[in-house]
Design a protein around this ligand. Structure first.
Ligand SMILES: *Cc1c(COP(=O)(O)O)cnc(C)c1O
Length: 389
């Protein structure tokens, strides 16, 4: 359901059709992030690094910062961006295909942890860091396991298979200035708390003996992100309380556990709000054509889902409208793929009505191809009662 503050701001924007717009509810974000942190505050609970790629908006980063232990970045660009927004914050640097230039920048900026994705990357990091005091690393492992039922299995070139990771021993032995701190694993996205805990156990069962054999004292194990978000149930939430209690039970003294969620932190705080330009019937189907499109919120296209929304009626007498029909919501792009939601039953929709898409705070604006068709960019509006944000 739409919150009162987002609805009120949408009505203000509707007065002179200042759409499309992203409304970022920073108060809601702070409350949600604070709730996550307090669910993960018992002894043995994991540290939280927010995965900046989910939404790197500076206001988002600053709002989340007080409730997390650090940020996970996946490129040199994200690294510099996050440090500019939240100076001095703890950073873990992951991602496949890191260039020498990115590694150099990360070393200069004193990144706290490198998540190393291959033996070749480890060699290059060893060479680049030799004269400047080395680097602290986690080796990223890619365990085979059964990932059926997850939203996104991280199959492919992410991290190292357990047999490939063995090739790191020799490199580490010849580069004692590289400090092996532990293991990193981000295996899948879209897991509920119980599945996330089972996956955590799987990672720990592999990582603990491996790290013990490698002689790593006080090891760190990063269990990744991927906490589930259910777009078909906008009011449901990942069970952070159960997850926190479960991880605390798995934890052993002397080791540090860490997670790096993105979507489940950011998604609920963003709204893409726009208005209806046209309503019409084509080949027996009803369409509402909205200002903007999936070039500004690519999420429904990449996920292949109906994006959840609320209709805020506007005065539109005498304008095209439809009642009690399934309606397909499309944007302004000249492609049949520009669909927000398909054949969703609505009570009534008409030209000028406002449509507010919830769950638009993660992998929405920043993954979209903004310049396709050169429509005006959305406005960005931040709801916040805290002036510091
Ligand atoms: C994208 C990513 C995350 C965050 O995943 P979410 O599904 O947004 O929680 C965490 N770690 C790594 C390595 C990633 O690539």
């Amino acid at each position: 359901m739409i919150t009162e503050s987002v609805a009120a701001h949408s009505r203000i924007l509707a007065q002179d059709s200042r759409f499309p717009a992203y409304i970022y509810d920073l108060d809601a974000l702070a409350e949600h992030a604070g709730g996550i942190r307090s669910s993960l505050s018992s002894p043995g609970a994991p540290e939280i690094f927010y995965a900046a790629k989910a939404n790197p908006d500076p206001a988002f980063l600053r709002t989340v910062a007080p409730f997390v232990h650090g940020f996970e970045v996946a490129s040199g660009g994200e690294l510099e961006h996050v440090l500019a927004a939240v100076p001095g914050v703890r950073i873990a640097f992951g991602g496949p295909g890191k260039t020498d230039a990115e590694l150099r920048t990360a070393l200069e900026l004193r990144v706290e942890r490198f998540h190393v994705e291959s033996p070749h990357e480890l060699k290059r990091l060893a060479d680049l860091s030799r004269s400047i005091g080395g680097a602290d690393i986690l080796l990223r492992v890619n365990l085979a396991g059964d990932r059926s039922g997850v939203a996104l299995a991280m199959t492919g070139p992410f991290g190292m298979d357990p047999d490939l990771i063995e090739a790191c021993h020799g490199i580490l032995a010849s580069a004692p200035w590289i400090r092996l701190r532990g293991i990193h694993a981000h295996l899948a996205s879209g897991l509920d708390a119980a599945a996330m805990l089972r996956q955590g156990e799987e990672i720990l069962a592999w990582a603990r003996p491996w790290l013990a054999a490698a002689g790593v004292a006080e090891p760190e194990i990063n269990l990744g992100g991927g906490m589930a978000v259910d777009y078909s149930a906008p009011d449901s939430r990942f069970d952070w309380q159960a997850y926190g209690e479960g991880v605390a039970k798995l934890a052993r003294t002397g080791e540090t556990l860490r997670i790096e969620p993105g979507r489940a932190v950011a998604v609920y705080a963003g709204w893409y709000v726009t208005d209806v330009l046209d309503v019409k019937r084509a080949h027996g189907e009803w369409y509402a054509v909205l200002r903007g499109g999936t070039m500004q919120i690519r999420t429904p296209v990449t996920k292949g889902h109906d994006h959840p929304f609320t209709i805020l009626p506007n005065s539109n007498e005498g304008q095209p409208s439809v009642e009690n029909q399934p309606v397909t919501f499309v944007g302004q792009l000249c492609t049949p793929k520009d669909v927000f939601a398909r054949s969703v039953p609505v009570e009534r929709i008409g030209v000028g009505d406002v449509v507010a898409f919830s769950m638009s705070g993660a992998y929405a604006w920043n993954i979209s191809h903004h310049d396709f068709l050169m429509h005006p960019k959305p406005g960005f509006h931040y709801l916040s009662t805290a002036s510091a944000r």
